[in-house]
Design a protein. Structure first.
Lengths: 337, 287
């Protein structure tokens, strides 16, 4: 850095210095570059090859794999019934859990941005589920959603929500018939009911809204205070301030979170693998669970690779749509790097 | 002035009401967020009747701590915990060092193609792990590493993941360049600057990614599920899965085992909490 600015050095010295700087840069970045080629680019290339072959992944590739061209893709988009089911389930999960999660985190972050005593305590409490999210908490939730003994339905019952739900079902015209026709349970049987299995997982995902909350909190603290002061002088209330200052100023953070949540929600796996095994009647057969089964239970490595690339294309497509749309709704103040 | 405005329009009153409202909402939400933990704690300390009691008990009738000893002895849980610790510690070391080293290159060094590589780095975050999962399995099978802990550890030493590199780079960017320039004039090498100046000044960021790395590896489920087959090599997450499939009808043991699996993560989080939150808030998510 400083070397380039040193006066009175010969061009030869400078070029040698340049060379050394380049070398050092590549050496420092070396671990990642190695990993990039060895564990990313190489595997990607192999995966491209693999999705055009039929191979069980156990016997040697040479001699056992048969070339099928694009047949896997034709099968997936044509005959494979489970692909459609898995895609629908995943899209359903993503379409509801992502916006709901963003709203929840945003709401929590705004509450926590207040200057109050003990605010650190609340911050910890809300972030905690995010820390422990994993197999252990999935086990806890499995029992919480137990229709008979789980805490969830007991709370629904005690707070009168079960009764309220019954009332709504009877009061709204046609709802009773709809519920009976689709055999929707009330109070919910959660993981034993096709209708409620996905909502249960979405509720569970909201529990870890604390991760997004922390990022929004960071974003909130970067909003210049004077904006609010000016708004207050102009007589804007809290709601106005939120809509006209907080929300626009947070759009870059929301944008970042939106992309990350979309990517994450399309890869939901452990919940359904551990809690439902994809059931009931494939209602929680998510995309990655299906992919996992194809690869490591049915040993159709080529087919699974094709599924993986379709997943990549879907995520990529969605991300690009979000990025494209960002010019419409993301507000970048002045010049931010 | 104050006497002419109605009470409810006065700023101090409205501010206080708002604060009270916020605290009330926060408290209710806090209870909702903590309830699952509490319920699992109570259930894990009850007998089977206690778990199935309706209405659920707010407190176990008799504290049955032996649920915990039973839970960890039915299966060799100490092995799972040891394996998890082994993997996590090695991964944290690998990820923190390689990520910060690479981040230093992106934040401070000038090298040909750096900005292009940075874009590629960010782009890799978009690639779902499933695309490379099957080839990875084949690589590790070729190396004879299936059913060892190595596939879970070794990749950590190669960059530690795009997200951590990004986080560290953002943090390094906030450190004033003057500090290094002074050191450089004294003839300090890049490695020395990295080690003696950048890393010590980045404690919040290092703590943040250490905690995130530990938690991520502790919770990792897909990796152990694919690579490990003999149970003396199981990590906690996969051990719990086995526990569930064998003793699923004993929820009090199941929940006791789950709670034990949470302890290391919770302890770590509470220790590093101060740095951790600060680290995320400071690095922010500014591109």
């Amino acid at each position: 850095m400083s070397g380039a600015r040193r006066p009175g050095r010969s061009p030869k010295y400078r070029s040698r210095y340049r060379w050394r700087e380049n070398l050092q840069g590549y050496l420092f970045a070396g671990p990642w570059l190695t990993g990039f080629f060895l564990f990313l680019l190489g595997p990607m290339a192999f995966s491209v090859v693999l999705c055009m072959f039929k191979w069980n992944g156990i016997t040697a590739f040479q001699g056992n794999a048969t070339f099928v061209g694009l047949e896997h893709f034709r099968t997936i988009t044509g005959e494979d019934r489970y692909f459609g089911v898995a895609l629908y389930n995943t899209a359903y999960y993503a379409a509801i859990s992502v916006p709901l999660g963003i709203c929840t985190s945003l709401f929590l972050a705004n509450l926590l941005n207040a200057k109050l005593r003990g605010i650190a305590f609340y911050r910890t409490v809300f972030y905690l589920p995010n820390v422990v999210a994993g197999v252990a908490t999935i086990m806890i939730w499995r029992w919480l959603f137990n229709p008979q003994f789980g805490g969830f339905n007991i709370v629904l019952d005690k707070t009168g929500l079960v009764a309220a739900g019954r009332f709504v079902i009877d009061a709204v015209p046609g709802l009773r018939a709809f519920v009976t026709r689709n055999q929707i349970s009330w109070p919910p049987l959660w993981f034993s009911d096709e209708f409620w299995a996905k909502p249960a997982l979405i509720i569970m995902s909201l529990w870890s809204a604390g991760g997004g909350m922390l990022i929004y909190l960071a974003g909130l603290q970067n909003i210049p205070k004077h904006l609010y002061e000016v708004a207050e002088i102009d007589g804007a209330g809290r709601v106005r301030q939120f809509i006209n200052i907080t929300l626009p100023m947070l759009t870059p953070t929301i944008f970042f979170n939106l992309i990350m949540s979309i990517i994450g929600s399309f890869q939901v796996f452990a919940q359904s693998f551990l809690m439902t095994g994809g059931g009931p009647n494939n209602a929680t057969l998510f995309y990655v669970l299906y992919l996992y089964r194809k690869a490591f239970e049915h040993f159709e490595m080529g087919y699974a690779s094709a599924l993986a690339w379709i997943l990549f294309a879907l995520i990529m497509g969605l991300t690009l749509v979000v990025i494209r749309s960002s010019t419409l709704w993301v507000y970048y103040e002045g010049e931010k790097q | 002035m104050a006497s002419t405005t109605p009470l409810w329009q006065r700023r101090s009153v409205r501010d206080r009401a708002w604060k009270g409202f916020t605290v009330a909402v926060l408290s209710i939400l806090a209870v909702v967020f903590v309830a699952p933990f509490y319920w699992s704690l109570v259930a894990s300390l009850s007998n089977l009747d206690g778990v199935y009691a309706s209405p659920p008990r707010l407190w176990p009738e008799k504290l049955r701590l032996d649920n915990y000893t039973r839970a960890v002895t039915i299966l060799p849980f100490h092995l799972f915990i040891f394996n998890s610790f082994y993997v996590c510690v090695l991964c944290v070391v690998g990820q923190v060092f390689s990520a910060s080293l690479v981040a230093y290159a992106f934040a401070r060094l000038r090298w040909f193609g750096r900005d292009v590589w940075f874009v590629i780095l960010l782009g890799t975050m978009m690639l779902p792990a499933q695309v490379t999962m099957i080839p990875h399995y084949q690589i590790f099978r070729y190396l004879g590493w299936i059913d060892t802990l190595r596939p879970l550890i070794v990749p950590s030493y190669l960059g530690g993941g795009a997200f951590f590199i990004f986080l560290m780079r953002q943090f390094f960017k906030t450190i004033p360049v003057e500090l290094e320039e002074a050191a450089r004039l004294d003839g300090c090498s890049n490695l020395r600057i990295f080690w003696d100046i950048m890393l010590p000044l980045s404690t919040p960021a290092v703590a943040t990614i250490s905690v995130l790395s530990f938690i991520g590896n502790w919770q990792n489920f897909m990796g152990p599920l694919i690579y490990l087959s003999s149970f003396e090599k199981y990590t906690v997450s996969i051990g719990l899965h086995m526990f569930q499939s064998i003793y699923g009808s004993f929820p009090h043991y199941m929940l006791a085992a789950s709670n034990i699996a949470l302890i290391p993560v919770l302890v770590l989080f509470f220790i590093a909490q101060k740095y951790f939150v600060q680290g995320i808030v400071l690095t922010g998510m500014k591109g």
